[in-house]
Design a protein around this ligand. Sequence first.
Ligand code: ATP
Ligand code: MG
Length: 455
Amino acid sequence: MVSRSKGEQLASIEICVPKILKRPEHLLSRSGISPNALKVLYRLHRAGYQAYLVGGAVRDLLRGGRPKDFDIGTNARPQEIKRLFRNSRIIGRRFRLAHVLFQGEIVEVSTFRASPEAPESPEDWEQEKGEDAVDESREPEPVDPYGTPEEDALRRDFTINALFYNIADFSVIDRVGGLEDLEAKIIRTVGEPVSRFEEDPVRMMRALEYAERLGFDLAVETHDAIHQCHELITEAAPARLSYELMETLRSGSSSGILRKWQDFGILGRAFSDIERDDERMWEVLEILDRRIAMGGRFPDATLIGAMFLPRFMEIFTEIDRRADRFSNTELIERTRDFLDEAGASMHLPNHVVHLIRQGLFSMTKLRREPTRGRQVLKLVRQDYFPVAWDFFGLATSAGYFDRSIMRSWSRALDRVRDTSDDGAKQDQNPKSKDDKGEGASRPSRRRRPRRRRKV
Ligand code: ATP
Ligand code: MG
């Protein structure tokens, strides 16, 4: 542990004196908060509990941005939250918190926490609990992990993520200097950075993620502490690393974030299977980012698989050049070799690995002009076809395939859709009216809204 100097100790006392911006003194408007999150805030408040909007939503609203999701902090205990919201369930092992479920949105409600330690792994919080989750006898033992709003602000990762919006009087509360850092565009850990990174090394990745996504600078001490602590990343739970990677790939800033992880020596230590020296891997990520910035939405298999596309194409080209007769078996085996290994070390679910493998392989079937309608139909009916189509779009943009072939396939897919009276086929056709250009992702089917890991 790093000892604190007198100055630091004083500083940590000072930061507990909150700065409160009254309603007219800030620009956070309720109209920016989702109606569901507002409903939850008001119901908690009317039931006599403290209720604050917390975390990234406050940060984004104060900057005039649109939050990805809305998190609420309260002094109500998980089982009290559960009683108040019939549409809620409790998740997490050690730190139980409530998800209030709405159509297309999950509002996360967590009881103020005292503990600054690392969050649980997604494996723990993602699992759904049965009725026994509300059993009081199963409250986390032995110490009460819940705390005051002050403690809850101090256990958060960065100052800009530790701002609270109070639904009782619409004020913004800053106990850590977050408003100043937001204004100056600075990412700074709450508290002494080395110990915060020792406590939870994933925070180093998150610091670089925010710096890239928001275009902020790292505070000098935070920057130096990442240099000092970067090797600790190997101690983080693999499921948390993969979770952070997925969020990054989804963000539309993946190439910039991964480069920052690379610059600080984190990327190779966290994910040894990513071919970070392959320029083509970076090129594909940039294409992916552009598509996401244009509104494209991709399944996890496409996002992760995109990073392996260049390696797959290398194997494919090698076999294609060498053999008189193309060996599908060799391609499948060699793909399986590297993908299964990467899948295991990155803790990817088997079905994702399956979709990547099949998607890459089927993509190669698209390299020639479509011939018969039946061939097209057979292909688009496969569950992995949307992923194959995404890969084909990315690979075509990266110059691996001829654009004219992609256009032929688009037309063939349109024909299949037009001539088909079976609605299900239409659903499987990835080329749709609101397609965002060549090879853009199809509109994704409804699925449960995804949430970031919470603490
Ligand atoms: P995003 O816009 O990506 O959702 P966010 O700031 O809301 O960003 P989340 O991952 O959704 O980030 O987490 C919500 C809040 O929980 C953060 O703002 C932060 O206050 C707190 N938090 C998340 N992860 C950690 C962590 N590893 N250590 C401490 N606090 C954390
Ligand atoms: Mg969030």
